[in-house]
Design a protein around this ligand. Sequence first.
Ligand code: TXA
Ligand code: MG
Length: 291
Amino acid sequence: MPTETVYGLAADARSAAAVSEIYRLKGRPLNHPVIVHLGDRSWVERWGHSIPAWADDLMARFWPGPLTVIVPRRPEVGDWLTGGQDTVGLRIPQHPLALQLIMAFGDGLAAPSANRFGRVSPTTAQHVEQEFQEFKCLGSPLLVLDGGPCQVGLESTIVDATGQAPRILRPGSLGPHIGALDCWRGPQAPTPVVPGSLSSHYQPAVPCHLWDGQPLHPGDFLVHFGESSDSDGNRVALGQDPELAARSLYSTLRRLELQAQRILIQPPPPGPNWQAIADRIRRATAAPLDP
Ligand code: TXA
Ligand code: MG
């Protein structure tokens, strides 16, 4: 299903069998929990409990939208969603087709990003088709709801609401807006804690490195943050607007991995508006995952 962030691979969150298909298709380790997508804030209590007032405020302010909140799970919420953890991640996406699907279904849809484990998240229906082509060839049904290109283009901001004070577990487009709210004036600053920051993630299919100004070799493509007029054959500009750059980062990486022998990425400008992009680039250019 489309969402405003990236496309998700959706399954009935109440069904262990359906959710296990997600893990199988993605090749995802079972201890990586999945986010449950809701249609309405009143559904939160079906899944979580003991939600602090500040987390309620975040939901009220940013849902539907690119925010995932991690809350203590109700006892009946399955281990198959949570990787055995006693918490569950919830979000209401801001995409008309996703909301229509969830409302028609009537309960939570588990949906990780619709890519094989460790790969770049898909931001168009065509990306999803490409990602799971081999399963279609094997005769498995795969239905892709085409909701157009994702408007945000990076995964949701994840906020841990299980402690006294909020913690950002994954930076996203909301980071700077969330960081300005009163709830952060607690004992803890909104420092992002990125799970698995040492392991690579969001990896293109060809070697991908940070660019430190070195000359390009044949087969190299450079992704940089200059003005779009500064794009030519093997230099692709994402521009100087973080929102627009986020929207096109993944589709650029997917396009280039089909042409390039190597992708070099310029470190983005400093500052909170670029934090989510910097995080994804750090992961895309980290050493590959162990097999
Ligand atoms: O924007 C998004 O969040 C997209 C769209 C489809 O909604 N979904 C997405 O899901 O990015 P996924 O599974 O690719 O990434 C979810 C991240 C994982 O790193 C997972 O470990 C973390 O959320 N997560 C989910 N539930 C969690 C929990 N209970 N505690 C800690 N981390 C959790
Ligand atoms: Mg993912």
